[in-house]
Design a protein around this ligand. Structure first.
Ligand code: SF4
Length: 342
């Protein structure tokens, strides 16, 4: 089985997004030991074929990043096609690195841009408070000309504002080939309000995307394995070699550490569910109580971490998730065709 790792390439960022999980944290770069440890782990484990690099803003660590990408290029050169490593970098899309195109055979960019100018500039701003939309559009166009595989991802804070201006994004990216995905960050309010918001966003989103013929994709990256952020909670290696079960420190649970180029998991941790799963580096929190068919039909995946946050029991799925899944599977059947993961 193929394995996946998510790597935090440091906490430095040139943005100051209003909803950033790093707010108030010291801006630290990835430590050298983490990179050298990671190199050992990847070269010793042929089955690790997918790396998702994120930050902070990973492209700020350009020297370390390019060095790491060159290392992966060498590894790939000596591997058969099926064993090659594929990398997706999650970036805020404001930094253009010419060298990225040297790695386009095995690299894609997942760029966060929250819809049109108004919705992007409301939350995603430079440190001096300036809007970032225009810079990002220019940078995306450059990467597109370089032939890089691009995914655009929006965080939707205000569905009404997003709806108003998302068509501007689609128009401005007219010459760019990309897949689009979005998720919600609508906090407060009741479960019903959250559900209604999600249903609303999905319905208008689908309509807009159809209008502009946009490929819609909830996967973390375009990759033949279709590793989906919802179905797999990646094993996350933080910038300081610590290993988390889910996203990064702010939301995840510390379950191990990377030492001497190896991955050490604390098997006594309550979030470590299954040795087999750990062996596959995908901490798969899907509830075992759900039948495979149920999951397949609903095309949704349940995260135990989220379950526990909402219901205090990692095996109890929040009612809102069940209803939302029902809405998706009932009203968006056609849209959720194969390949579109939710
Ligand atoms: S781009 Fe990402 S890391 Fe940077 S401030 Fe925004 S949310 Fe935070």
């Amino acid at each position: 089985m193929k394995k996946a790792l998510m790597i935090n390439f440091g906490l430095r960022c040139n943005f100051s997004c209003k909803y950033c999980y790093l707010k108030g944290k010291e801006q630290l770069p990835i430590i050298d030991d983490t990179i050298s440890g990671l190199k050992k782990v990847v070269s010793n484990n042929k089955d690790i074929t997918f790396l998702n690099i994120l930050g902070g803003e990973p492209l700020l660590e350009n020297e370390k990043l390019i060095d790491f990408l060159n290392f992966i290029k060498e590894i790939n050169f000596n591997r058969e096609e099926k064993d090659k490593v594929f990398i997706c970098i999650t970036t805020n899309g404001s930094i253009y690195l010419e060298h990225i195109k040297d790695f386009k055979d095995f690299l894609s960019l997942n760029i966060s841009i929250d819809g049109g100018e108004k919705s992007q500039n409301k939350n995603r701003i430079f440190k001096n408070g300036d809007g970032t939309y225009k810079t990002c559009i220019e940078v995306i166009n450059k990467y597109s000309k370089d032939g890089i595989i691009i995914g655009i991802h929006s965080v939707i804070k205000n569905p009404f504002l997003w709806k108003k201006c998302v068509s501007q994004l689609f128009k401005d990216l007219n010459n760019v080939e990309y897949t689009y995905s979005f998720n919600w960050d609508i906090q407060g309010g009741s479960a019903i309000l959250e559900l209604l918001n999600k249903a609303y966003v999905l319905s208008i989103g689908v309509k807009e995307m159809k209008k502009y013929n946009i490929n819609f994709d909830f996967s973390v990256a375009r990759h033949e394995e279709k590793l989906c952020g919802g179905s797999y909670t990646f094993l996350v290696i933080d910038y300081d070699s610590k290993i988390y079960s889910c996203e990064t420190k702010s939301s995840g649970t510390l379950i191990g550490e990377m030492k001497d180029g190896d991955i050490e998991i604390d098997m006594s941790n309550k979030y470590v569910l299954d040795k087999h799963i750990i062996d596959n580096y995908n901490i798969h929190y899907m509830s075992k109580k759900l039948s495979k068919n149920f999951i397949k039909n609903l095309k949704t995946y349940i995260c135990n971490y989220r379950n526990e946050q909402i219901t205090n029991n990692k095996f109890t799925i929040p009612f809102r998730d069940v209803v939302y899944s029902f809405i998706l599977s009932t009203f968006f059947k056609d849209f959720l065709k194969e390949g579109n993961h939710v």
